[in-house]
Design a protein around this ligand. Structure first.
Ligand SMILES: Nc1ncnc2c1ncn2[C@@H]1O[C@H](COP(=O)(O)OP(=O)(O)OP(=O)(O)O)[C@@H](O)[C@H]1O
Ligand SMILES: [Mg+2]
Length: 133
């Protein structure tokens, strides 16, 4: 039986303002099962993280396993990428298989929205990992 949806998204101390067009457009994209990866780009401070968190909160019910955010900014090396995602999901990497294989197997039968915040300084993670997850 699939675990019911959960979340590690933070509560925001301030109200969310505007972005209604972006939210409508992105929720439509997220509703398409063929949309496996969506990237928000824009200048520093324009509101990418806040928009992603808002979307995660709004759409968590649409993903059976829930919505999660993984903060990648503190990661100094791509080797910490899979453990960071697993940690955000509350999944323990305790098996004998390589961490990526364990995480891939765990996620293979689950529907989850995983927000990867500040991915840009870990380009190797995109090449080595996300195409396999
Ligand atoms: N739509 C919004 N409503 C309310 N507050 C917002 C909104 N968008 C952004 N903010 C606030 O503005 C600040 C900057 O936003 P945010 O951190 O999301 O930007 P960012 O694009 O992710 O920046 P960076 O490129 O540095 O990661 C935050 O305090 C955030 O809460
Ligand atoms: Mg940000």
């Amino acid at each position: 039986m699939q675990q019911s949806g959960s979340s590690n998204l933070p509560l925001q101390p301030t109200p969310f303002i505007g972005r209604s067009e972006e939210i409508t457009e992105i929720l439509q994209l997220l509703a398409d099962p063929a949309c496996r990866l969506l990237t928000l780009v824009g200048p520093g401070g324009i509101g990418k993280t806040r928009l992603a968190l808002q979307l995660g909160t709004m759409s968590s019910g649409a993903f059976a396993r829930g919505s999660f955010v993984v903060y990648l900014q503190p990661l100094r090396s791509v080797e910490f990428f899979v453990p960071a995602v697993a940690d955000a999901l509350g999944f323990s990497l305790t098996g004998q298989e390589p961490p990526l294989v364990q995480l891939g197997q765990y996620l293979s039968d689950k529907e989850a929205l995983i927000i990867l915040d500040n991915f840009e300084h870990l380009p190797d993670a995109a090449d080595r990992h996300t195409s396999n997850i």
